[in-house]
Design a protein around this ligand. Structure first.
Ligand SMILES: [Zn+2]
Length: 319
């Protein structure tokens, strides 16, 4: 479901309404039997700390809608966007010092999932086959930066991105996607910063247990889809349930979901929201297990593509 016209005031109301929802969602996700992503909580904290962020994000929303309405032809159409990726590894234990092989496995998963090359792409039900997307963005490993630490967990307040808190500052964040691999704690698998935030904290954080293809010990989050989900946020995608009961993800071709789905839901799973649509539980922006998510929609592709257009918040990438 899509809200085409978002004024600054409605955006602020939307964010404040989401607050209660995501906090209640966060409190039930301490056990790793359920996926937990802190992106929305981090956004709400940033909005409180910086009132101008809502205005910038609202401008990005207006720009995105303008591009979609006028049927823009982004550089993504020809698959021209290639994103250099810097991986920042913060480790205390040997297990946290993830191997270059594990790092490359995450890059490989991103390249498959964003180019419809994932082996489960053909598992998308016929109902959604008309909207399943080949996003057409590729990723290339630029460099790996490693730093040992005495911290056992880093939380969700961006300490891992700040050298004065023991972290690693992002490298060239306006032209490179920075990933941090570090133990987050609190049952959080990862979090991302949306377009519009400060470049000093821009990028994606993924716990090393869920970074790339990480082995059966980390099942059901061992197939690299935490990375795909978080990079989706970094490219301006919201959770498919809109972080509210029957909420909006600002995308027109995704069904309205009641709330997050977990595990690997049986198909079809019906929403009880208006129109009782079949939910797109296999979308990367839901909360299912890694094996349960295997598609973006064309509407999500348009949102992602718009941020790279000239004038968009990530236009410097891929040039
Ligand atoms: Zn998320």
């Amino acid at each position: 479901m899509k809200k085409v016209f978002l004024s600054a005031i409605t955006a602020l109301l939307l964010f404040s309404c989401q607050n209660d929802q995501s906090e209640s969602a966060g409190s039930e996700t301490s056990a790793l039997s359920r996926r937990a992503c802190a992106t929305q909580d981090v956004l709400e904290a940033q909005l409180k700390a910086d009132p101008t962020l809502a205005i910038r994000m609202n401008q990005i929303e207006a720009f995105t809608n303008e591009q979609i309405i006028k049927g823009f032809s982004g550089r993504l159409v020809n698959g021209k966007i290639e994103i250099p990726v810097v991986v920042n590894v913060l480790y205390r234990t040997t297990a946290e010092n993830i191997s270059n092989t594990q790092i490359q496995s995450q890059i490989d998963v991103l390249n498959k999932d964003f180019n419809a090359l994932n082996s489960d792409f053909n598992s998308v039900p016929t109902l959604f086959s008309g909207v399943k997307a080949n996003v057409g963005i590729t990723f290339v490993l630029d460099q790996v930066i490693r730093k040992s630490t005495t911290k056992s967990s880093w939380g969700t307040r961006d300490a891992m991105k700040k050298p004065n808190q023991g972290g690693i500052a992002p490298t060239s964040p306006t032209t490179k996607l920075n990933l941090w691999s570090c133990t987050i704690g609190g049952g959080i698998l990862g979090y991302a910063q949306f377009p519009g935030g400060s470049s000093a904290t821009d990028g994606v954080v993924i716990d090393p247990k869920y970074f790339g293809v990480s082995g059966s010990a980390n099942a059901p989050y061992n197939l690299g889809r935490t990375g795909t989900h978080e990079v989706g946020h970094w490219m301006n995608l919201r959770h498919i349930w809109g972080d509210a009961t029957c909420g909006s993800d600002l995308v027109s071709d995704t069904p309205t979901h009641n709330t997050a789905n977990y595990g690997v839901p049986a198909y079809p799973h019906y929403s009880t929201c208006s129109g009782t649509p079949v939910e797109m539980t296999m979308n990367y922006m839901d909360y299912t297990d890694d094996a349960g998510m295997y598609m973006f929609s064309n509407g999500q592709k348009s949102r992602m593509a718009a941020i790279f257009v000239s004038g968009g918040p990530r236009a410097a990438f891929g040039i």
